[in-house]
Design a protein around this ligand. Structure first.
Ligand code: GAR
Length: 191
């Protein structure tokens, strides 16, 4: 069953673009209904526009409270009949109330083998901890930072000469494969 996706981003948007391309090329049955950024300078928003995807900037600073900001998110997503919210580099913690409303309908991608290396600079943390295997995870979002139930992971071997940039690139490549795999899984399970 194809899902209606709403993608939330804050910056570059490579995972978003990868999902849009997969949808437009028919690699996944799901459709990207809207891309929302909480950052008006997000490069990803232009990338989505060029693909003729509906976009919207919803910035918490433009609202009196987090509740109003999240209500705007929910209303916009519901207006587009979104049934799965995909976070893709969305740098914002969602509240318990929002997540209750979208229970098991918000997923996130993170550049580490969770539960290791949550939060910011996950690739740097992996290198500092001298792991031999890094990777990425897609998980259901809960109120914590990168703490929700893991749906699927991909491993990436670390080379002795890897730095944050080279390892980050290898992981990002795997992220793109993993996000598509997870969407296909959720489509099959009729979500
Ligand atoms: C990705 O590496 C994603 O895993 C990470 O932000 C990057 C966004 O890149 N997310 C997190 O660290 C979440 N804690 P993109 O904008 O090119 O998709």
């Amino acid at each position: 069953m194809g899902l209606n996706l709403g993608i939330l981003i804050s910056g570059r948007g490579s995972n978003m673009l990868n999902l849009v391309n997969a949808s437009q090329r028919g690699l996944i049955k799901s459709k990207v209904k809207i891309v929302i950024s909480n950052n008006k300078n997000s490069i990803g928003i232009d990338k989505a526009k060029r693909k003729n995807i509906k976009t919207k900037i919803i910035n918490q600073k433009d609202y009196e409270s987090k509740k109003d900001f999240e209500n705007a998110l929910t209303n916009t997503l519901k207006n587009q009949n979104v049934d799965l919210v995909c976070l893709a580099g969305f740098m914002c913690i969602l509240s318990k109330k929002f997540l209750k409303e979208w229970h098991r309908k918000v997923i996130n991608i993170h550049p580490s083998l969770l539960p290791s290396f949550r939060g910011k600079n996950a690739v740097k943390q992996a290198l500092e901890n001298r792991v031999k295997t890094a990777g990425c995870s897609v998980h259901f979002v809960d109120e914590g930072i990168d703490t929700g139930e893991i749906i699927s992971q991909e491993e990436v071997p670390v080379s002795s000469n890897d730095d944050e940039e080279t390892l980050g690139k290898k992981i990002l490549k795997k992220e793109h494969v993993l996000y598509i795999k997870v969407i296909k899984e959720l489509e099959r399970n009729c979500f």
